[in-house]
Structures are given as structure tokens and as C-alpha cells.
Design a protein around this ligand. Structure first.
Ligand code: CDP
Ligand code: MG
Length: 699
């Protein structure tokens, strides 16, 4: 039997379709605001080492500028144009789009590289990646010598990686500026040479310069320009249709419910156009998705339909792509997104934006050294970006689910993340890059001295730094190589010594994703009963190991039945539904697992299992997470030992019902209370035995 393309179209028809699509893409590209300034941008980049590009979301910065530079010959000698994104999703979706625009397969000329997923090849010249990944590359190649241009995109977000990267790139740029004296002799390091030559004695001949482009959707480019010694800023004139802003008359006590009501209000009363609702995380998105589905089931069959599609960072990329697809005819698309859809990705077709005005953010207490996640009001800048999403293709409406008077109270812009997160990771990275003086590092905005000192102290306690603040070998060096939080890296290193690396690998992978269990509101009892099958009375870590292993067994079974990969995935999906496990999260955890496994094997760590010896594994968890230990108090609450903070066990923990005397935990969440999540029961005596550097008393 001859085989036909799956769409059923004949080859000629497909060719026609492709040609039409290419034509459409060409037209779209030409009509973008950035298209009219191509020459000028290329010129500015040629003339200046650092250029700042400011333009509204959707003006074409991320997709077009790298192509302009490629066409202008910035990759002629095999060099690469690197574009960093704060978010994985953006790197992936944009790379796919640009590959299509170049009429090339992804992974050839255009590719992406993100933690746990790399699509690039030797042929890749335009490389989209996360900012964290580029920092990691710098560990192996401190001069980033394969790049001719680095574009730091979404710089206005000021993620901790962006801030560190900017400092590092400034340094790299200086080191790559090669000067020669007037006889043409190359002076390798101008810093060293300056003491021997007066400035007139050499000519600055730049041989291998690194071009740096900082891109931002916020109009305030001054801070970037100042930081780069008055770098030139180019503004792209955006195109924005008017957006009607609507506020509530009363404060909303439950913004999730208010979002639900607003979605249906728009769906039933407003004209065509898709809806984009901003929520704070995966859990909220999934619970709203279910509520919408429940409600639409009650609609009469002939009424117009709603199609919900989520998008958030930890969603597997092929599922993220759904948000970009057009809704089927007669259907309204409702995109449920985190702040990822604020500026970093452009979703076509949006006419209505719902903004509850909240965002999940990292918060850090430099005195206690404890980082937590909190849900806080957005900044004015964020609210403006969100409403702007409604006016991309025509006039739109933005429903702010708060009162107008509240808008005035919002802060102007978000505090850079570097000022509100644990710096252990940053400090470890900088140390591994050979930057010893962290306090003296040229940060765009300096974190507090207390915060830096606290993270140095933590790294010493974790054994990553020696007492005189040097990177320890091999532990610190190994930890820096793992793309994980230092505490998790430490856990892997320790578990190799305890001979339970297999179990710890599972734990770290499962903790790297959000919410493995799901409990729909209408099936709470069934979900609870299903979880009982996996529950360990010792705590959540062992419970997670059991879930992971049961899922692996399910896959193994279908593999033994010679099932194809697709069938295996289907079986896993069904198994997840039956067991109230979040399939998306589990898939992601499996990906993370295979990636970290690769890393630890490269590092030569011992991949061993402790079998049934769960005491050994709990001891290992104690040795790894001793900084997060908590003791039960007479009143039933807990006290975190490192910080003396009062905390409660989160209701999602398997230890919520049977409260242990002493526990270690992985996460602190602040809502009305301080809650700790992901716990394991431990023996308090283990703390002094396994972490004497912290708990042993002097006497
Ligand atoms: O970076 P900036 O926000 O300035 O714009 P961009 O991401 O380069 O997007 C420019 C245009 O490309 C958008 O308006 C979309 O129409 C289109 N685009 C797309 O169709 N699919 C994507 N995955 C990304 C962009
Ligand atoms: Mg962009």
C-alpha cells in the first residue's frame, strides 16, 4: 500500500499549502514594526559594542533581530548568535517559529538549548537558550568564544540569572577586547598591560569583540544604559490598539472564582475573540481548567464552545504549543497563563485579558537565609503589560479584577529578583567561574551584604566552599556543574556516599516539578484514596519515590508487551488518571530524571540503590537537607531549627495527619501562615550525628 501524508492531502496540495504559508510568513515579517528599522539596527550593532533595544511586546525583537544580524554576516566565521530568555517556553517557541521563518528544520541553523533539552547542532548559528544555561556554558568556556553576539532578551524582567549574566558579560566583553600596541603586537590582557603603557602607547584594535544587545519591553532603558557606560538605546515604535480597562466595583475575595465568572461573562456577552487569563501557577491553572470544563458541560449542546489551553513554564513544550494554535471554528480559546504571557511569548488572537493582579514571586529573608514563594500583587508595569496583550491585533478589553483605587497603590515596577532570593546558587556559579570577590562583583544592582554573607555561610555548611571561601574540590566543583539548586546538588553528592543515589535522583526530579498529585474538587475522596496506595508513613520523599517507581513499572509492562512508544505513553496517561497523578508533571519529572542521571554519571558518581533500607535513605535525606529541619513544639506547631521561625505542616503532606516530632522539609510557602511542604520524619539525634558542622554542641 502506498503511504500518504497523514493530513490526507495530496503531495501537490501540501506543496501549495507550504508555499502559501511561507508567503504568509514573509508578509507577516515585513509588517512587523521592527522591519522598518532593520538597517539602522544592524548599523548600530556594527558601530557599538553594546546596544539596548526597546520595543513593545510583539514588535518583532526576539524573532527578527537575530535574523537581521545573521543576514548581515555576524556568523560568517562560524560564530553563533546567542539569545537568552528568562523562560524555557519562550526559548523553545521562538526557536521553532524562527526555524520556520528561515524555512529550515529546527536544530539546523536555528535551535534552542534549555536545561534538560537541547536541539542544537554544529550547524546552529542562531541559538535561543535560557539565561541560566548561558551562565552554565561560561563555566566551560569563560570567554564564550563561540558567540559573536549575545542578546539578553526580556532584560526588564530582571531575573536573578539576567542580572548575574549582565555582570558576567560586561567582564567577558572586556576580556575579549584585544588590543595591540603601535607595532601591531597583541597585548593579551589590557588590565595587566595598562600599568606599563600609557594610553597613547597602544592602539585599541578590537579583534574578537563580543557584541552585546540588551532587549527590553519596558520603556525605561536608562538603568541598562547607565550600567553599560551610556550605551546607545534604540526605540522601536510599537503598534498598539486601544484597550478598554475595566475595574471591579468591590474588592474580590476569591480571584480564582472571579476569573471563572468573568470568563463566562465574556463568553456569553461579548463578541468573538480569544481570552487570556493571568494566574499565578500550575495548580491554579489546572483547577480553573477543570472548573471551566465542569461548567461548560452544563451548557446546551448547540451553544458556542470554549477551548481551554494552559501555558506555564513547567508544562512540557509540545503541550505549551497548543496555546499558539487557533481555536476550531465556532470555539472561543481561553488561554490560562502565568506571567509568562506578559511579555515573553505572543499568543495570537487575544482580544480579552483577565488580570486578577497577582503573581507568584520568590521572597527571601537574608537574616534567616530562608527563601519562600509568595503570592503578591503585580507591579504597575506588569499590569500595563498584561492589558497590552489585548490590543495586539485590534481594540480589546482588559478586566482587572480589583478596584481602580488599588491600581494606584501598586508599586511601579518589580524589585529585581536578585534582591529577593537566596544567592547560594549565584555565589556558587560565580565562584566556579573564578570570581572570588562576590561582594566586589559589578552587579547591576547589588544584593545586600547580609544576603551575600548568608549564602557564603550556607555554601560552607553544604561543603561547597572551604572555610576560607574557596570552591571545594571535588564537592563544590561537582555541585556547581549540576543544573540544580545547591541543596539538591548536595543531596545527590551525599546520596552517592550513602549508596542511595537512585532514590535521591528520583526525589530531586520529582521535587523539580510542580504538584505530582492532583485532586479535583469534585473527586477529593477518590483522589485521597488513590494516594493512599503510594503513601509512606515516613513522609513525602519516599511517597514520591513510590509513585515514580509505580509509573516506571507501568511503562515497563507495556514495553514488555512490545507496545510502541505512543501506546506506552497512552498507557501511562491512563494509569495517571486512574491514580490521580498529574501526567504532565510526571512526564516532566521523567525528563528531568534522565538529564540529571546523565550529569551524575558523567561526574562518576555511584548509581546505587538502598533497596528497602528506608532508614538509610532517611538518614541520607537528613544529611542533605539538615538546613531545613523542624521540631514539633508543645502546642503542635513546628519550629524551623535554622531560623527559629514558626511553621506548620502543609495539608498536602502525608505527614499532615500523623505529625512527627522532628522532620526535614524542602519548601516553605507563605500564605496566611508559614507552611512547609515535602517532609520526611527523622530522628532528631541524626542531626548532630550527620551534620555536626551545624548541630554539634561544643561541650
Ligand atoms: O520579541 P517581541 O515581543 O518584540 O516580538 P516577537 O516575539 O519577535 O514576535 C513578533 C511576531 O511574531 C508576533 O507578533 C507574532 O505574530 C509572531 N510570532 C508567532 O507567530 N509565533 C511565535 N511563536 C512567535 C512570534
Ligand atoms: Mg520578545
Amino acid at each position: 500500500m502506498p503511504s500518504f501524508p497523514s493530513s490526507g492531502a495530496s503531495p501537490q496540495k501540501q506543496q501549495q499549502n507550504n508555499a502559501r504559508r511561507r508567503q504568509l510568513i514573509r508578509q507577516q515579517r515585513k509588517s512587523l514594526p521592527i522591519a522598518s528599522v532593520e538597517k539602522r539596527l544592524v548599523e548600530e550593532v556594527r558601530k557599538n559594542d553594546t546596544v539596548i533595544v526597546v520595543g513593545e511586546t510583539g514588535s518583532g525583537k526576539t524573532t527578527q533581530l537575530p535574523q537581521f544580524l545573521y543576514d548581515a554576516g555576524f556568523c560568517l566565521d562560524g560564530k553563533v548568535i546567542g539569545i537568552t530568555q528568562p523562560r524555557r517556553v519562550a526559548a523553545v517557541t521562538v526557536a521553532k517559529r524562527v526555524a520556520e521563518e528561515c524555512n529550515d528544520q529546527l536544530g539546523k541553523r536555528v535551535g534552542y538549548s534549555i536545561r534538560f533539552d537541547d536541539s542544537t547542532s554544529n550547524a546552529t548559528r542562531i541559538k535561543y537558550m535560557t539565561d541560566g544555561l548561558l551562565l552554565r556554558e561560561a563555566l566551560l568556556d569563560p570567554l564564550l568564544s563561540k558567540y559573536s553576539v549575545i542578546v539578553v532578551d526580556e532584560a526588564h524582567e530582571r531575573t536573578v540569572h539576567t542580572d548575574v549574566l549582565l555582570g558576567l558579560l560586561k567582564k567577558v566583553q572586556r576580556s575579549r577586547t584585544i588590543y595591540a600596541n603601535k607595532n601591531g603586537k597583541i597585548l593579551p590582557d589590557i588590565q595587566d598591560q595598562l600599568q606599563y603603557f600609557t594610553p597613547k602607547a597602544y592602539q585599541g584594535i578590537k579583534i574578537d569583540p563580543l557584541k552585546l544587545i540588551i532587549m527590553s519591553a519596558s520603556l525605561d532603558a536608562k538603568c541598562f544604559s547607565d550600567y553599560f557606560g551610556g550605551a546607545k538605546a534604540v526605540h522601536i515604535q510599537g503598534r498598539q490598539y486601544p484597550v478598554d480597562i475595566l475595574y471591579t466595583y468591590q474588592p474580590e475575595s476569591d480571584y480564582l472564582d472571579a476569573t471563572l465568572v468573568t470568563i463566562f461573562q465574556i463568553h456569553l456577552e461579548e463578541g468573538p475573540g480569544d481570552i487570556l487569563a493571568f494566574l499565578t501557577g500550575q495548580e491554579e491553572i489546572e483547577s480553573l481548567e477543570r472548573l471551566i470544563q465542569e461548567r461548560t458541560r452544563q451548557f446546551p449542546p448547540q451553544s458556542s464552545k470554549i477551548w481551554t489551553t494552559p501555558i506555564y513554564s513547567s508544562l512540557p513544550s509540545e503541550q505549551q504549543m497548543n496555546a499558539f494554535k487557533p481555536a476550531p471554528a465556532g470555539t472561543r480559546k481561553v488561554v490560562l497563563a502565568t506571567n509568562i504571557a506578559e511579555t515573553s511569548v505572543t499568543i495570537p488572537g487575544i482580544k480579552y485579558v483577565i488580570d486578577p493582579g497577582m503573581v507568584k514571586a520568590r521572597a527571601y529573608n537574608p537574616v534567616t537565609g530562608m527563601e519562600s514563594l509568595i503570592i503578591i500583587p503585580v507591579s504597575k508595569a506588569q499590569a500595563l503589560q498584561r492589558s497590552g496583550r489585548a490590543g495586539r491585533e485590534g481594540p480589546g478589553k482588559c478586566y482587572r479584577l480589583f478596584q481602580e483605587s488599588e491600581f494606584d497603590k501598586l508599586v511601579d515596577s518589580t524589585v529585581p529578583e536578585i534582591k529577593r532570593c537566596n544567592l547560594a546558587n549565584v555565589v556558587l556559579q560565580l565562584k566556579a567561574l573564578g570570581i572570588d570577590d562576590i561582594i566586589g562583583f559589578d552587579f547591576m544592582e547589588k544584593p545586600s551584604r547580609t544576603a551575600i554573607l548568608k549564602s557564603l555561610e550556607q555554601l560552607i555548611l553544604l561543603g561547597a566552599l572551604t572555610d576560607d571561601y574557596k570552591l571545594s574540590d571535588p564537592v563544590g566543583r561537582q555541585m556547581a556543574r549540576l543544573p540544580l539548586d545547591p541543596m539538591y546538588s548536595k543531596a545527590l553528592v551525599v546520596s552517592s556516599e550513602f549508596k542511595c543515589l537512585e532514590e535521591m535522583l528520583i526525589v530531586v526530579s520529582m521535587l523539580s516539578v510542580e504538584s505530582i498529585f492532583f485532586a479535583p474538587r469534585d473527586k477529593l475522596e477518590e483522589a485521597r484514596a488513590a494516594r493512599k496506595n503510594f503513601e509512606s508513613s515516613e513522609g513525602d520523599h519516599i511517597t514520591l519515590v513510590k509513585v515514580y517507581r509505580a509509573a516506571a513499572e507501568c511503562l515497563e509492562k507495556s514495553k514488555n508487551a512490545n507496545a510502541k512508544e505512543k501506546t506506552m505513553e497512552k498507557a501511562l496517561n491512563r494509569w495517571c488518571r486512574e491514580n490521580f497523578i498529574n501526567y504532565r508533571s510526571l512526564r516532566h519529572a521523567r525528563d528531568v530524571h534522565s538529564q540529571i542521571q546523565g550529569h551524575v554519571q558523567q561526574m562518576g558518581l555511584n548509581l546505587s540503590s538502598c533497596g528497602d533500607d528506608m532508614v538509610l535513605f532517611r538518614r541520607c535525606l537528613t544529611a542533605a537537607f539538615f538546613l531545613n529541619a523542624a521540631m514539633r513544639q508543645p502546642d503542635g506547631s513546628y519550629r524551623a531549627l535554622a531560623t527559629s521561625q514558626s511553621v506548620q505542616i502543609h495539608p498536602s503532606s502525608v505527614l499532615f495527619q500523623k505529625k512527627p516530632d522532628c522532620t526535614i522539609f524542602n519548601e516553605l510557602v507563605r500564605t496566611s501562615q508559614n507552611y512547609v511542604k515535602n517532609l520526611t520524619r527523622i530522628d532528631p539525634l541524626w542531626l548532630a550525628e550527620l551534620a555536626p558542622q551545624y548541630y554539634a554542641t561544643d561541650d
